[in-house]
Design a protein around this ligand. Structure first.
Ligand SMILES: NC(=O)c1ccc[n+]([C@@H]2O[C@H](COP(=O)([O-])OP(=O)(O)OC[C@H]3O[C@@H](n4cnc5c(N)ncnc54)[C@H](O)[C@@H]3O)[C@@H](O)[C@H]2O)c1
Ligand SMILES: O=c1ccn([C@@H]2O[C@H](COP(=O)(O)OP(=O)(O)O[C@H]3O[C@H](CO)[C@@H](O)[C@H](O)[C@H]3O)[C@@H](O)[C@H]2O)c(=O)[nH]1
Length: 444
């Protein structure tokens, strides 16, 4: 198949390169010319393990190319994939300006029958709006198919090549068969639905996963007060097949470009039809509070944070990505700055993306975990990069002014902590606390 992909963010780039790898001819388009120039030079604008190599392989094979001009790519293609952003408006609602603009540009470029396949996450009813726009600006036949994307950053290629399922939302048998055929090499588990249900499956899936995370974080907070261990609780719960073990890792809450945005959008989508999504509102509320437990633990161990030096290990919203969109680290660092703390930071790949969001001149950017720890009154681990798991904690402790470690992701084991003098806090594991008096929670 000949495919044009509109938008070279995570979704556009990864799905484009994976479809090329399956033998299709793919042109990835972005209106930001500098991104296309980078890609043409073999550079990748995002950090995603394995992506650079897969792009190089498929460019060399002549199956993958890049263009900053949409119309030529659309004209050459049978299928046009919409993978532009749908960021949040201040109200929480999805901003559909990029979708509407791209739909119009696609319509104006059409030169015959096209299938427009929407991979962007869009509110229920949006694909009908796309149909309307294309119909208004083009006289050519077309079908719009909703194929929501479920890849995770950091494991995006694996998720795309080995998906749990593919959802195809369509009102056209012809387009449905073509799109199912396109995905058949990836999985047999292809669910064909109407368009509105496909759109809702995406939001419901993200909202459910976010609910699991906020649920386990609240259990963790209660465990801290009751002396139970949330990691054991999650393990015990996870063996029940009806519950499952994934997305039960307690921590500092979820961030990223999807869960915060999509939970907010679903609350709005429900609100627009006069339904108050009470459960999801609580999930969002719990998530907003969870990150501040790090500050509460710092205050418990250090008292006033003014003038204290705090080291931050990890800035990305999760490991294996340089993405800091809605990362809990942003609000934690901003709160510490507001309280007068001095901050030393390190992340294996996300320092420059973080700098673009928070660039206070007082921040000290470090080259590794040990440099970060130097002269610190406390260290906070915010992202569970493997590099931090392998740190020598005895060496780290020796570099610090005071040995205080707030482990926001439950990375360290009892054995690792036992050989140190760290005053150690983790999440929902009160028995792991070392050199700490009463468990605390919540307010700061
Ligand atoms: N990031 C993820 O992990 C992920 C996973 C699943 C679904 N999604 C959804 O997929 C969509 C895209 O997400 P993303 O993170 O890849 O987005 P992104 O914002 O990082 O990238 C979108 C790209 O589209 C380009 N663009 C916008 N309008 C254009 C136009 N008219 N012509 C050409 N290019 C245009 C932008 O310049 C940008 O580079 C969103 O709806 C998101 O919710 C994202
Ligand atoms: O048990 C867990 C699992 C995740 N997280 C946090 O949740 C956030 C999101 O993690 P993850 O889902 O792995 O990453 P994303 O790349 O945001 O992927 C989510 O969002 C994408 C965009 O919609 C979807 O395609 C994916 O299916 C969905 O998992 C991160 O901050 C994680 O630290 C936890 O705190 N505990």
């Amino acid at each position: 198949m000949k495919i044009a992909v509109i938008g070279t963010g995570y979704v556009g780039l990864v799905s484009g390169v994976c479809f090329a790898d399956l033998g299709n001819e793919v042109i990835c388009v972005d209106k930001v010319a500098s991104k296309i120039a980078m890609l043409r030079q073999g550079e990748v604008p995002i950090y995603e393990p394995g992506l650079r190599e897969l792009i190089q392989k498929n460019v060399a094979a002549g199956r993958l190319s890049f263009d900053d001009e949409l119309s030529g790519a659309v004209r050459q293609s049978d299928i046009v994939i919409l993978a532009v952003g749908t960021p949040s408006l201040p109200s929480g609602e999805a901003n559909l300006a990029y979708i509407e603009q791209a739909a119009q540009e696609i319509a104006l470029a059409m030169n015959g029958y096209k299938i427009v396949m929407t991979k962007s996450t869009v509110p229920v009813g949006t694909n009908e709006r796309i149909q309307q726009i294309i119909g208004q600006f083009s006289g050519y036949p077309f079908d719009v198919v909703s194929v929501p994307e479920f890849l995770r950053e950091g494991s995006a290629i694996q998720d795309t090549l080995y998906p749990d399922r593919i959802i195809v939302g369509t009102d056209s048998v012809r387009a449905g068969e073509t799109v199912v055929g396109l995905h058949r090499p990836l999985t047999d588990n292809i669910i064909v639905t109407d368009i509105r249900s496909a759109e809702m499956i995406k939001y419901a899936s993200n909202a459910f996963l976010a609910t699991k995370i906020s649920f386990i974080n609240e259990i963790a907070n209660i465990c801290e007060k009751l002396g139970a261990d949330v990691t054991k609780v999650a393990e015990g719960m996870g063996y029940d097949k009806r519950i499952g073990s994934s997305f039960l890792q307690a921590g500092i809450g979820y961030g990223g470009s999807c869960f915060p945005k999509d939970t907010g959008a679903l609350i709005q989508i429900a609100g627009n039809v006069n339904y108050e999504f009470k459960l999801l509102k609580a999930v969002v509320e719990v998530n907003k509070d969870q990150r501040f437990n790090v500050i509460a633990k710092l205050k418990e161990s250090l008292g006033d944070l003014k003038g204290k030096t705090i080291g931050i290990w990890g800035l990305a919203f999760k490991p294996n990505t340089d993405d800091v969109r809605d990362a809990p680290s942003i609000e934690i660092v901003e709160t510490l700055l507001a309280k007068g703390a001095s901050i030393r930071l390190y992340d294996p790949v996300a320092m420059s993306t973080f700098k673009a969001v928070v660039n206070d001149p007082s921040l000290v950017w470090c080259d590794d975990p040990y440099e970060t720890a130097e002269h610190c009154d406390a260290l906070c681990l915010l992202t569970e990069w493997d590099e931090f798991r392998q740190v020598d904690l005895v060496q780290t402790e020796a570099l610090m002014k005071q040995p205080i470690l707030i482990d926001g992701r439950n990375v360290f084991s009892g054995e690792q902590i036992a050989i140190t003098n760290f005053c150690y806090y983790s999440v929902g594991r009160p028995s792991m606390r070392r050199h700490v008096q009463e468990p605390i929670l919540g307010t700061y």
